[in-house]
Design a protein. Structure first.
Lengths: 391, 319
């Protein structure tokens, strides 16, 4: 990928399309350079479809540009972006992306199951115990079926990459969770699952002993077996037996991961689009993070309607009505449409800005096409790091 | 095609698409349009938060039905909405299967986590089983299911087939069989896929379409392309010329603003045509375009516009 243009290379613009203007002139141009320089971990959160993966990739790329050894952990990138990052398949080891930057840029596409496997192997007292767990059907279901596992493995992966020492900037794209806080809660949640009361009930070693179990325990198991069948229950029992003795290790690991997630040097970036529903979700998330004592470092608002100046929306609209049926009327109608939307979007953001403390707010205009290559990432970078757009 | 004919084709319509494409918006517009032709509609949300109710001017949805649009005087059409979550569906399921006494305790203690890990897809089957029950009850003319976002939608709808293989006997097997029967019967269920006229959403939609058809055996209805900017013919003329033609005088700043805004819109429309064309090429399904609305929040007024566009779009489809 060494032939990819850098920010200063000349690439021809599509003819006739002017560069949109996004940031209002009144504010100093916000810039995330400080975030890239000052963080060890950057976590990108937000609802689905707002551009988290792209944002994470842009931040990691900027890290490499600024001499950091950066790695981006993506969850489910669109295929063309994955290709651009050299990620052709799920891989648990980072792939290096070569380019004209002083630092390093690596990418990983999270493989939930292998990450979990590695955790089991690392925590099992003997290889035999690890093998028993890995071969268990119930265990094999955990990575695909237990909700929260993907979030948990994302945190685990970031912990591992951070502790490994090969990277000084780990950027994580979080799964699109209903409640973005699931991410912070994930390590504890899995620990709770493994520590569950049912688990202790299921720890009964033999069928003979099961018969002797107290009535309460029986009451737990009976409907379980009635719904899914005894075979499945047996798999679960075997899993929890095999897991015996490892809970403490998992609990300990989970608490260290949580510590890292709330440590100074870990920055949270909320990605949103300027629609009321995603803005609402972003403010809900900001409130919840604040309750956990974590501040948001930046809010990135993608897909903003660019402003083009000219008369205010209401004036443009009334000109459009007067001139209806003429080409100039169409022009005024168009300007009224886009400037009304731009004003609406700013209004949506105004409230959110008040709720995220001193976080930097960066606006990225609606781009001409999807971002799926390093060139596209450069275009977004120009907005995040207040540079002239690559030409 | 008459809108009535489309809505009568199957009692259940599943609306699916990538996150952020306006799946919930299209669900709401379909509900509004169906109520407009006199149908009693129930919208079902399976993911926690949703802006659906606010589009009708209502409050957040809950497990209990909420009326979002009451029938007008003398009319019959109405929209109700509710959520169905796996926990609540499990409680209902146990109630229906003579395990009432245990149900509350089971749900409270988080046993569902263990159960769903033991048999992946069981949460989805509990939810879809509840949907099937509503479909069978005949209480509504139309059920609209706002499916989880793209990747998860396939897993969600595939759960029945997966469980049939994994669990060979018992009530879950029977439940999965019933659900699969409903999903694969075109007279009972069809899927409306939603996309934006942009590259990544179009790619994902095509992928999802084939997976739903091939792996689950679902019937696909028309594709809804949401957020299509209308072309304004006058924008092809430079604003300075357009002004001169009718003897208007523009200052430089205004000319410049109009010119840049026009270039922006025209390039959006051009990209959009490209993507809509690409979609038609790759997926031979009828398309309905919904207009891009220049607003950041959708309320009842916007919903009426979208429902009218949807109804108009349905009319242009072959019967």
């Amino acid at each position: 990928m060494s032939d990819q243009p850098t920010a200063t290379d000349a690439t021809p613009e599509p003819a006739g399309v002017p560069e949109p203007v996004a940031a209002p002139a009144l504010e100093a141009v916000p810039d995330l350079t400080g975030l890239v320089d000052g963080s060890r971990i950057v976590i990108c959160c937000g609802s689905g479809g707002v551009g988290k993966t792209t944002t994470a990739a842009v931040i990691a790329l900027e890290g490499a540009r600024r001499g950091r050894r950066a790695v981006v952990v993506t969850i489910d990138p669109a295929k063309r972006l994955a290709d651009a990052l050299g990620l052709s398949a799920l891989t648990n080891t980072p792939t290096k992306i070569d380019g004209p930057w002083p630092g390093e840029l690596w990418a990983v596409m999270l493989d939930t199951k292998s990450t979990f496997d590695a955790l089991v192997v690392g925590n099992a007292p003997t290889p035999e115990q690890a093998d028993r767990i890995l071969a268990n059907p119930f265990y094999r279901n955990i990575s695909q079926a237990l909700s929260g596992t993907q979030e948990y493995m994302a945190t685990e992966k970031l912990y591992e990459l951070h502790e490994g020492g090969a990277f000084d900037l780990v950027v994580v794209d979080t799964p699109p969770t209903r409640n973005a806080l699931d991410f912070l809660d994930a390590p504890a949640r899995l620990t709770r699952f493994l520590d569950h009361r049912l688990y202790r009930v299921l720890m009964t070693p033999t069928r003979a002993y099961m018969r002797a179990m107290n009535a309460a325990a029986q009451a737990f198991l009976r409907p379980f077996a009635r719904v899914v069948g005894m075979e499945v229950v047996q798999d679960a029992i075997t899993f929890f037996q095999a897991f015996d003795g490892m809970e403490a290790g998992f609990r300990d690991r989970a608490s260290r991961v949580l510590q890292l997630l709330t440590a100074p040097g870990t920055a949270y970036v909320v990605v949103a689009s300027p629609r009321r529903d995603t803005v609402d979700e972003a403010s809900f998330f900001a409130d919840k993070l604040a309750e956990s004592g974590v501040a948001i470092s930046a809010l990135i608002v993608n897909r903003m309607q660019p402003s083009f100046g000219g008369p205010p929306p209401a004036e443009a609209r009334s000109r459009a009505e007067v001139l209806a049926g003429t080409a100039l009327g169409d022009h005024y109608a168009n300007l009224a449409d886009v400037s009304t939307l731009a004003a609406n979007e700013e209004a949506e953001l105004a409230d959110l800005k008040g709720r995220i403390g001193g976080a930097t707010v960066v606006r990225v205009p609606l781009l001409r096409s999807d971002v799926h290559d390093l060139e596209g990432l450069d275009l977004v970078a120009a907005h995040l790091f207040a540079r002239p757009a690559p030409r | 095609m008459d809108p009535e004919q489309f809505f009568a084709a199957s009692r259940l319509v599943i609306v699916a698409g990538k996150g952020g494409v306006g799946k919930t918006t299209v669900t709401a517009a379909l509900a509004r349009a169906a109520a407009g032709v006199g149908l009693r509609v129930l919208v079902i949300e399976v993911e926690g938060k949703s802006g659906l109710a606010s589009m009708f001017g209502g409050n957040d949805l809950m497990y209990d039905e909420q009326v979002l649009l009451a029938p007008v005087e003398g009319g019959r059409g109405e929209v109700r909405a509710r959520t169905i979550t796996a926990d609540q569906a499990l409680v209902d399921y146990l109630h229906d299967h003579g395990l009432r006494r245990l149900s509350g305790r089971l749900a409270r203690t988080g046993v569902l986590d263990v159960v769903s890990t033991a048999a992946p897809g069981i949460e989805d089957i509990l939810v879809l089983g509840k949907v099937k029950q509503l479909e069978r009850s005949g209480q509504f003319d139309l059920l609209l299911l706002d499916a989880p976002a793209a990747g998860h939608a396939v897993t969600f709808l595939q759960s029945a087939r997966g469980l049939l293989d994994a669990v060979s006997v018992g009530p879950i097997h029977a439940q999965a069989k019933d659900v699969l029967e409903m999903l694969t019967d075109p007279t009972r269920c069809q899927v409306v896929l939603v996309t934006l006229p942009e590259e990544t959403p179009v790619n994902e939609l095509v992928d999802t379409a084939y997976r739903l058809e091939d792996r689950v055996g679902l019937s696909l209805g028309p594709v809804v392309v949401n957020g299509c900017s209308a072309d304004l013919a006058g924008l092809a003329v430079d604003p300075a010329d357009a002004a001169a033609a009718i003897g208007e005088v523009l200052d430089d700043a205004t000319t410049d603003a109009l010119r840049r805004a026009a270039a922006f819109r025209r390039s959006r429309v051009e990209l959009q045509h490209e993507q809509v064309g690409r979609l038609a090429e790759r997926l031979p399904l009828p398309q309905i375009e919904l207009p891009f609305l220049f607003t950041s929040a959708l309320g009842p007024a916007e919903l009426d516009i979208l429902a009218a566009a949807l109804t108009g779009g349905l009319r242009t489809l072959a019967a």
